[in-house]
Design a protein around this ligand. Structure first.
Ligand code: PAF
Length: 282
């Protein structure tokens, strides 16, 4: 496995493969790789001739009071996973290489990024959209894979690829979960043992919402209340949002028809968790 740090060398490698007519798969990450990343890497490995994983903790998607400095970093563990899964290149640029002096451009996807995570984390999606656009320009993949866990992020990325005619196939893969159902996330390491035992309540509340729909519930307010009731059983969990939305626009809907996404974000002390479920009306 090659480790490439310079954007110019990364592009040169990809262009060489493209000239040979080979397809390039790409999994962008911020490192601290877990089974969710591994499932994206495995899928990409099966679908593409060559595979690039980027490991870059992107400072521009963190707010001033967020966890940039203590974000989990585990580069040797990450490289070992990549090696084992047959990754061809680990792209590990420096912050200076990605944002050199004089860097000015920001990519925004205002309507999709406005609500939910966008409201809780101002500028987060501008940071994500900008770095993903840059990574696409550097890596020049045919296909890029993202996890459904960050549902709003995946909708933002699809939109920017469409709007900017980037011609990259965006594949969104199902959330990988712990045995009890907690969505895998690099930030789960922040959960204390007590918080960890309660963290699954977010997924449980989404499941209850999905069950209301499966058993005939069509009023979004009823679904929201059912989800909120699950969380209210745990006094130590506070809800940021639990909503029923159109999966393409992420706007809230009033009635469930025909396909919705249930989006949730909760806080357990200092840790904020997000999760979602896509539900189709039977
Ligand atoms: O999902 C992530 O890990 C990040 O938001 C991404 C897509 C790698 C951009 O920094």
């Amino acid at each position: 496995m090659k480790i490439i740090r310079s954007p110019a060398s990364m592009t040169a490698w990809s262009e060489g493969l493209r000239r040979e007519g080979l397809t390039i798969g790409f999994v962008p990450t911020m490192g601290a790789l877990h089974e969710g990343h591994r499932s994206l890497i495995r899928k990409a490995r099966l679908q593409c001739d060559a595979l690039v994983v980027s490991i870059f903790v992107n400072p521009t998607q963190f707010g001033p009071r967020e966890d940039l400095t203590k974000y989990p970093r585990s580069i040797s563990h990450d490289r070992a996973i990549c090696r084992k899964e047959g990754v061809d290149v680990c792209f590990e640029p420096t912050v200076e290489a990605m944002y050199p002096t004089g860097f000015q451009t920001t990519v925004t996807v205002p309507a999709i990024a406005r609500r939910w995570e966008g409201e809780a984390r101002p500028n987060h999606f501008a940071g994500v959209a900008t770095v993903v656009t840059k990574l696409f320009g550097i890596v020049r993949p045919h296909q890029a894979l993202f996890g459904q866990k960050d549902f709003q992020q995946s909708v933002v990325v699809r939109q920017l690829v469409k709007d900017l005619n980037l011609g990259i196939d965006i594949v969104v893969r199902p959330t990988v979960r712990e045995q009890d159902g907690l969505a895998m996330s690099s930030r789960n390491v922040y959960l204390s043992p007590e918080a960890r035992s309660r963290a699954v309540m977010l997924y449980k509340s989404l499941q209850v919402g999905a069950e209301v729909i499966r058993t005939g519930g069509r009023d979004a307010k009823t679904v929201r209340l059912a989800m909120a009731q699950v969380i209210s059983q745990e006094s130590t969990i506070t809800t940021d949002y639990l909503v029923v939305c159109d999966p393409r626009t992420l706007e809230p809907v009033s009635s469930v028809n025909p396909r919705v996404v249930l989006l949730g974000a909760v806080r357990l002390g200092p840790v904020r968790l997000i999760d979602n479920l896509l539900v189709s009306v039977p």
